[in-house]
Ligand binder design. Structure first.
Ligand code: PLP
Length: 461
């Protein structure tokens, strides 16, 4: 039997991240302020350190990874590339299925790839404390892990219902030394205002973002940190694809399909963008397809509108050019918490708009069925987010079987699901329901967006 895993040595860690900005099919439209004028990089200085802002707008193709960040990466990187032989056999497919195992990091997902870089740049510019928001705790635990490594403090505003009902990642954050505050809280003006009106408010990501940003801008040596969507975050995640390309090269393979789930878009961009570069630069076959997978419950790229919208419900972020369901989107209670987001990363949306990347949507029942098949064949329990990618991979492998084609499929195993067993419990007991977010709701939200910003109707993207 050929190899099951391809490992790289510590000294084979990539030394650069890949920045897709110079290679996009069209220039990326700039973020805008509510009056329709472009956001200037300086405008972001109260929130982010200068190096992060430089990377956000950089058009350099390769950006060196600092030694201190490489040293942190070495705790769990390079991650293995694995071949899913047992899944292939169960599907009776001639396709080869490979996955990049990001679930091996201490917090259990790809998220620390950017968290450690962000913590390091903040430390270097004299920042002493980082703030952020978290829903079920995936991003919060990644940032707590990273701030702990670099000796920074962290204040994490965690949506109150999750704080109360999903204690395990809260415990992880506290174990790594972060202060976890249930949001809405009495720490900020915004939180106090919300609590005055509704003392039992269960919280939302929008409220938690507002609190985290207010905390950062009203305190010295304190900055805010974001876990997806923005260019610098996607850039840091490209370590995944850069490693995977080296590993596949050892096997003399190049993927026909690169697949990943999309919440904000960072783990998929992380695995896909380097392969997009090799394809565009003529260093690889030109028929590779890139497939982004989202839930039918939050179908930004399959049912949303490509326009400018805020990245958050509280409208604190600039307006970003992206596929959106509208920033007032209320996420249905599905289990892939990390995929319940109304927008997607602007670079990814541009690639989808220009048909360079494809996107598909699946409901949570078919997604958990694929996850169960994966757990029973490969053993590893995928995060519910990751299971979306697996469902798409299963479909591609079955297509390859029908066509009798030996396709090479690569997907990103973005995280393990061992802290999501309650969701698996609901799946196994048959109470999970498929859910499709209605098109009319998208239209209503976008209507409200256009009423709020009438100039948007004249913006051509
Ligand atoms: C957060 C998360 C995601 C979704 O976020 P992206 O920015 O789209 O990658 C996917 N998988 C896991 C395991 C996550 O924790």
């Amino acid at each position: 039997m050929p190899e099951k895993k391809v490992m790289l040595g510590d000294d084979e860690l990539p030394r650069y991240w890949y920045n897709i900005l110079p290679d996009l099919p069209a220039p990326l439209p700039p973020p805008l302020k509510p009056d329709g004028t472009p956001v200037k990089p300086e405008d972001l200085e109260p929130i982010f350190p200068k190096e992060i802002i430089r990377q956000e707008v950089s058009t350099e193709r390769f950006i060196p990874i600092p030694d201190e960040v490489l040293e942190a990466y070495r705790i769990w990187r390079p991650t293995p590339l694995m071949r899913a032989y047992r899944l292939e056999r169960a599907l009776k497919t001639p396709a080869e299925i490979y996955f990049k195992f990001e679930g091996i990091s201490p917090p259990g997902s790809h998220k620390p790839n950017t968290a450690v870089a962000q913590a390091y740049y903040n430390l270097r510019e004299g920042v002493e404390r980082l703030t952020t928001e978290t829903g079920a705790g995936q991003w919060g635990s990644a940032l707590a892990f990273a701030t702990n490594l670099f000796g920074l403090k962290a204040t994490i505003y965690m949506v109150r219902v999750s704080y109360e009902q999903k204690p395990y990642r809260r415990v992880l954050m506290q174990l790594w030394g972060a202060e976890v505050v249930p949001s809405p809280s009495t720490r900020t003006n915004f939180g106090r205002k919300v609590l005055e009106q509704d003392p039992d408010n269960p919280g939302s990501l929008g409220i938690a973002i507002s609190e985290a940003i207010e905390d950062a801008v009203t305190h010295e040596r304190t900055k805010y940190s974001l876990g997806s969507v923005l260019n610098h975050v996607l850039l840091h995640q490209t370590i995944i694809g850069l490693e995977a390309a080296k590993q596949l090269e050892e096997l003399d393979r190049f993927p026909d399909y690169v697949v990943g789930c999309i919440g904000g878009g960072s783990n998929f961009a992380g695995i896909a963008y380097p392969f997009y570069y090799y394809k565009k630069a003529g260093k690889a076959p030109s028929d590779t397809q890139f497939i982004a997978v989202e839930p039918t419950a939050a179908p930004s790229t399959t049912k949303g509108v490509y326009t400018y919208d805020h990245g958050d419900t509280a409208r604190l972020t600039p307006l970003l050019p992206m596929y959106t369901l509208g920033h007032d989107f209320v996420p249905p209670p599905i289990h892939a918490g990390g995929l319940r987001y109304h927008g997607k990363a602007p670079t990814l949306c541009l690639l989808i708009k220009h048909n360079e990347f494809k996107s598909v949507a699946y409901n949570q029942v078919e997604v958990f069925q694929a996850a169960e098949l994966f757990a029973r064949t490969e053993g590893f329990v995928p995060a519910p987010e990751t299971a979306h990618a697996i469902k798409a991979v299963v479909d591609l492998a079955l297509e390859a079987r029908k066509a009798g084609e030996r396709k090479v499929i690569l997907f990103n195993f973005s995280g393990h699901g061992l802290l999501d067993l309650r969701a698996y419990d609901e799946y196994l007991s048959g109470v999970l329901k498929p859910y499709e977010y209605p098109r009319e709701e998208v239209e209503k939200s976008i209507q409200r967006l256009f009423e709020m910003y009438p100039w948007l109707r004249n913006v051509r993207l």
